[in-house]
Design a protein around this ligand. Structure first.
Ligand code: PMP
Length: 310
């Protein structure tokens, strides 16, 4: 990402229930998150000091820990409160929160049974895939040689700490002078980008790959699909090949870190319309949704309501 570095205020980092400085927000060299990538994470945004759709991220985190058989040592209520407090402590009005869970400290061996207790961290930051200029102009994508394996490896819906496939794909993009990489699955269908889901537009219809093709169940993707329904735009989940991408009228990528960005070119082929009409309509709808849900002051009530539900 473009500008990851930002520490927030002193003691704005949450480590297993304690507020600590950046220097103290560290793990043991025997933590299995570090040794084996054994753990999972979430990344969410806040606007006007209000986390956007926090409960959806907490639910996805819980699905990841369940799938990995990691017992979270904190309740959803405790995590919700900790995220909100982290946002409050951050010097940013608008920013990004990384929530991560590691298997915890254990022996050097793989067996997680030696790990006594999972560790949970919350980190405030600034994050952007590209600068504003590139965002306006649209990003260039390449197809990576790295594949997302479906049905043969770890379920791609788990947001695990092992991001090497994405890291390698992003490195390929950078080496090729592109902004981001597309990962296909082993059958040649588009799965997603290294940290974003992808949509194309053909005529008046939007298409995005089904999650069974290897993408993460992105909350931005899910929100866009809901927006399409609200705006009476047709949106279909359909397997896509690079041919579908090259010949699309519009293409855009979306994720919490990147937000919504139009695609300018794919493997050297220019897209017909960049920041096309449907992208523009959806991006405006997304902005209105953020304004509605994240106007400061209205969050506390929703918190209490959410607390009642869980
Ligand atoms: N795919 C991958 C691999 C990701 O890491 C992300 C970022 N979380 C996404 C897609 C987009 O998901 P979301 O909209 O929930 O951020």
């Amino acid at each position: 990402m473009h500008n990851v570095a930002n520490s927030g205020r002193e003691n704005a980092y949450w480590k297993n229930g304690e507020w600590v400085s950046r220097e103290h927000a560290s793990v043991s060299i025997f933590d299995h998150g570090l040794l084996y990538g054994d753990g999972c994470f979430e990344g969410l945004r806040f606007y006007n000091k209000v986390p956007f759709r926090l409960d959806r991220y907490l639910e996805r985190l819980r699905r990841s820990t369940t799938a990995l058989a990691i017992e979270l040592p904190f309740s959803t209520d405790e995590l919700r409160m900790a995220v909100r407090e982290c946002v409050r402590r951050s010097h940013l009005e608008n920013g990004y929160i990384r929530l991560l869970v590691t298997r915890g400290e254990g022996d050097l061996g793989l067996n997680p049974e030696t790990c006594s207790k999972p560790s949970v961290f919350i980190i405030p930051a600034e994050l952007a895939l590209v600068g504003d200029e590139v965002r306006r102009r649209g990003v260039s994508l390449i197809t990576s040689s790295i594949k997302r394996a479906v049905g043969t490896g770890l379920d791609t819906r788990i947001k695990s700490l092992n991001y090497l496939h994405s890291v390698m794909a992003r490195m390929e993009a950078t080496a090729a002078g592109a902004d981001e990489a597309i990962l296909l699955n082993q059958h040649g269908f588009v799965a997603e980008c290294s940290a974003e889901n992808l949509f194309i537009v053909r005529g008046e219809t939007l298409f995005t790959p089904p999650l069974s093709d290897g993408g993460l169940g992105g909350i931005t993707r899910e929100t866009i699909m809901e927006l399409c329904a609200k705006l009476s735009l047709e949106c279909k989940e359909q397997s896509l090949t690079t041919y579908d991408l090259y010949t699309a009228d519009e293409c855009f990528i979306c994720g919490t870190g990147a937000r919504l960005i139009p695609v300018r070119s794919i493997d050297g082929r220019s897209l017909r319309t960049v920041a096309g009409p449907l992208f523009t309509e959806i991006a405006e709808g997304f902005r209105s949704l953020i304004d509605e849900e994240c106007s400061s002051g209205c969050d506390f009530t929703r918190d209490i309501e959410a607390g009642r539900r869980t």
